[in-house]
Design a binder for this molecule. Sequence first.
Ligand SMILES: [Zn+2]
Length: 254
Amino acid sequence: MSLLDVTGVVLNRRDVREDSRLYTIFTHERGKLEVFGRGIRKGQAKLGGHLEPGATVRVTLAQGKTGETITAVERQHYPAHAMSDLGHLASLGFTLSLVDAMTKPESADPPLASFVQEAIGTLENLDGDPDDHSRFRMWVTWHVLGLTGHSPELDHCVHCRKPLPESGTTYSALLGGWLGPECVGHDASAKQSPPEARSTIRQFVHSAWVELPAFPPDRSVERAVASMSRAALDHVLERQLPADRFVQFTRALG
Ligand SMILES: [Zn+2]
């Protein structure tokens, strides 16, 4: 029996059969893995206690006939503070579910693995302000979209490729970026984009949380960015998620 150690964040767990669980862990070494915790709801309950979603764990895996099984767990970090209220729990759940939905098993992505840990660390330091949570989820959304190859085109019109002017642009989730004034007709579902919206999204894509400037004081810009974030996620996830989970995401972006 060959053993292998991997380190990552638990994204999800679900009960299987009478006494086992299937864990989804986003690891640095191999990307997303689905591994069994056998007997974890009975004799191995202590093992399971370390494997809550959001925990960073080092697990030892053994290859069996029907998949890999966890034989040992060392918990390296657990966002205890993030579990203390519903706002944090919702943002944590949003982050873990988004990474789960946007990735395929066995595809190593060290930058994304690092970002998941960075996002959880950021969340732990967030106070309970609902605006902060909504902003946190937008930051996570654009970062994860960027890291999984869905970065928006920020500088050129997605139809004619001309450099975008400051104003008069619309955001097209379908085309993955902005349309210049001369090309607005190319996506009837494109959203009006105030000038500050594109620079705000640029910051969400490229900046660490601590580098973000204060949110534009204008509530209408914030609403426009939230609406574009939702449209971008809707477009990318629509074909990947069952309807009920899709609705959860739409709600979570607020
Ligand atoms: Zn154009």
